[in-house]
Design a protein around this ligand. Structure first.
Ligand SMILES: Cc1cc2nc3c(=O)[nH]c(=O)nc-3n(C[C@H](O)[C@H](O)[C@H](O)COP(=O)(O)OP(=O)(O)OC[C@H]3O[C@@H](n4cnc5c(N)ncnc54)[C@H](O)[C@@H]3O)c2cc1C
Length: 387
């Protein structure tokens, strides 16, 4: 199998690099580089608007909905180069989660209203799947939606809603029938976060940041026109959403960027008369993770090229998620180890060193969200090993 990008794809990569050099604002690039999240909403929105103005607002969408129509290989190149250049990641909840569901199952009115607004960064979306007690076992979710005339009335709680404190809209899985099999009584609703009865409470995380939220719904009225597809068929749409975004699941670009940062930090850390980068033990640990990352990158490319030949992706996505998150966590561990005792003073000062411990703590989430790594191993066991 040829795993090299074609001449055309290599030219595209150069075009993306030129674009990033000329269009990514320095202030945003610097905040992403040092992990400063103080303006995260504004930075993501501004970057989305810049991409949209260039016609690159939706790398994964088909042209008919305003997307680029790019191949998986081009999307991969684009996202990898953006991460390497310290561009903010585009907000997945609108672009990569609810949008594909709307394209496939939404009404023409929903498509016409919501999709252009996502593209132009006019609406900030968040995801309302998990509840206390319903994470891995998502189908057990309980948040009630009872029909009352033209509305549903929502009562219950969602949890872990990433960046939900900024959201204009939330897409929710709700219980519309509790009588039969849990999967058969779930509906998919689009909820305006300005609706009366919604309370958002941000959760302070280990690294001191406010990234996730608890959201309560107390007699919140949602027009039935905001239901996507059929009542009680929401589980089908939820699974479609979870399985949709696969090209960047391994986060290769982010890991390559962090590996380069690790090497910079090691070069700046004195050891004897030299630096930690020359320390044979530490250097061999960096080499080990670099080899693993390179192997993962090749596996990721094999999956992308297989998809390009119309072979549907299968449990490979689980494999990429497990290895990708393990490698990212490993790199962050090495960054903190390098700092020694100084790593304990996280939150003090600024720059690469100060962000290392905060990033280490934050990245523990990677093996939990998006389907925990244990759940991904179950999928591999069932689909590959036939257990
Ligand atoms: C930082 C962060 C951001 C998140 N963002 C969002 C969001 O925006 N929207 C949203 O809806 N959700 C979000 N989540 C929720 C996330 O999807 C859940 O945390 C995840 O699905 C795990 O569910 P849980 O927390 O209820 O843990 P549980 O399901 O209770 O799992 C606890 C532990 O048991 C293990 N386990 C559970 N079942 C099995 C099994 N069958 N076999 C083997 N091991 C098992 C799990 O792997 C885990 O280690 C986020 C989570 C985090 C940490």
């Amino acid at each position: 199998m040829d795993l090299d990008f074609s001449t055309e794809e290599q030219a595209f990569r150069e075009e993306v690099r030129r674009f990033l050099a000329s269009h990514l604002p320095d202030a945003i690039r610097e905040r992403v580089r040092i992990g400063d999240h103080s303006r995260i909403r504004d930075d993501i929105q501004e970057w989305q608007k810049i991409l949209h103005a260039h016609g690159w607002g939706a790398p994964g969408w088909p042209v008919e909905f305003g997307g680029t129509g790019w191949s998986k290989a081009r999307q991969y190149i684009f996202e990898t180069e953006c991460a390497l250049a310290d561009a903010p990641a585009q907000l997945a909840f609108g672009l990569k989660m609810v949008a594909p569901v709307l394209m496939r199952y939404g009404s023409p009115e929903q498509q016409q209203y919501f999709l252009p607004r996502i593209l132009a960064a006019e609406d900030w979306w968040c995801q309302g799947y998990s509840e206390p007690g319903s994470g891995s076992d998502l189908a057990s979710l309980k948040m009630k939606a009872e029909r009352d005339g033209d509305d549903y009335v929502l009562n219950g709680q969602k949890v872990w809603n990433t960046l939900g404190q900024f959201a204009d809209w939330i897409f929710c899985l709700v219980r519309t029938d509790a009588s039969g099999k849990p999967q058969k009584g779930i509906s998919f609703l689009l909820v305006d976060m300005k609706s009366p009865g919604i309370t958002v409470r941000p959760t302070r995380l280990l690294d001191g940041s406010f990234e996730v939220n608890e959201i309560w719904f107390d007699n919140v009225r949602v027009p039935a026109a905001n239901r996507v597809g059929e009542e009680n068929q929401g589980w089908t749409y939820a699974k479609f959403l979870l399985g949709h975004e696969r090209t960047n699941i391994a986060g290769i670009g982010a890991s390559r960027r962090e590996l380069a940062r690790l090497k910079r930090m090691a070069a700046a850390q004195p050891k004897g008369g030299a630096s930690m980068l020359q320390d044979p033990v530490f250097a061999s640990r960096i080499a080990q993770v670099e080899i693993e990352l390179r192997a993962l990158e090749i596996t990721n490319l094999r999956v992308i090229f297989a998809e390009a030949r119309q072979q549907a992706p299968g449990p490979e996505a689980s494999l990429l998620k497990i290895r990708g998150t393990e490698i990212m966590q490993r790199i962050s561990e090495l960054q903190v180890e390098l700092l020694g005792g100084q790593g304990l003073a996280f939150g003090d000062g600024s720059g690469e060193r100060a962000r290392a411990t905060a990033a280490y703590l934050n990245l523990r989430k990677l093996s939990i969200f998006g389907g925990s790594n244990e759940i991904q191993r179950n999928i591999i066991a069932q689909m590959i090993l036939g257990l």
